[in-house]
Ligand binder design. Structure first.
Ligand SMILES: CC(C)(COP(=O)(O)OP(=O)(O)OC[C@H]1O[C@@H](n2cnc3c(N)ncnc32)[C@H](O)[C@@H]1OP(=O)(O)O)[C@@H](O)C(=O)NCCC(=O)NCCS
Length: 133
C-alpha cells in the first residue's frame, strides 16, 4: 500500500555517518545488499548511543525497519540519528538513511529503523545509564 504521508524532508543536521557503497556490497541482483545497509545503520546508531552513554554498549534489538527505496553502487549514503528513548539501561536510536544519486545528485530516503542498545559493564551485564551531559 502506498503511504499517504507527505514526502520526508532531508534532515537539517550533520549525518552521523556517510559512506559510499562499492561493488563488493551488492546482492546477487547487483543492488546494494540489505545486510550492508543494516550494519551501517547499526554503526551510526551505536555512535549516537555511545556519545550519550559513555561506556560499552551492545545492540539488543532492531524495530520498525523499513527499506523504502533501493541503493546503488556509487550513491553517497548519509545516516542521520536521533535519540528516541532513554531507559534505565537501554537507549533507542532512530536511524534514517538518505542516498544521493551518483548521476542526478538527488536525495531520497532509503531506509529507517529504531535500534536499541544496552549499556553494559565489564561483566557484560546491563549497567544503569548515567547521563553525561
Ligand atoms: C544486552 C543484554 C546484556 C541484555 O541482557 P538482559 O538480561 O536481556 O537484560 P534485561 O532484560 O535487564 O534488559 C535490559 C534492557 O534492555 C531492554 N531490552 C531487552 N531486550 C530488548 C529488545 N529486544 N528490544 C528493545 N529493548 C530490549 C530492556 O527493556 C531493558 O531496558 P531498560 O533497562 O532501559 O528498562 C543481553 O541480552 C546480551 O548480551 N545480548 C547480546 C548482545 C549482542 O551480542 N549484540 C550483538 C553485537 S553488539
Amino acid at each position: 500500500m502506498k503511504s499517504q504521508e507527505s514526502p520526508r524532508k532531508l534532515p537539517n543536521q550533520t549525518p552521523t555517518l556517510r559512506v559510499i557503497p562499492m561493488p563488493a556490497d551488492t546482492n546477487a541482483e547487483g543492488d546494494i545488499f540489505g545486510g550492508w545497509l543494516l550494519s551501517q545503520m547499526d554503526l551510526a546508531g551505536a555512535s549516537e548511543a555511545y556519545q550519550y552513554v559513555g561506556n560499552r554498549i551492545v545492540t539488543v534489538g532492531v524495530d520498525s525497519m523499513n527499506f523504502h527505496k533501493p541503493v546503488f553502487v556509487g550513491d553517497e549514503v548519509s545516516f542521520f540519528t536521533d535519540i528516541r528513548k532513554v531507559g534505565k539501561t537501554s537507549i533507542a536510536i532512530h536511524v534514517e538513511a538518505w542516498a544521493r544519486g551518483r548521476m542526478d545528485h538527488e536525495y531520497r530516503m532509503v531506509t529507517e529503523g529504531v535500534f536499541t542498545f544496552v549499556s553494559i559493564g565489564r561483566d557484560r551485564q546491563p549497567r544503569e545509564i548515567n547521563r553525561k551531559c
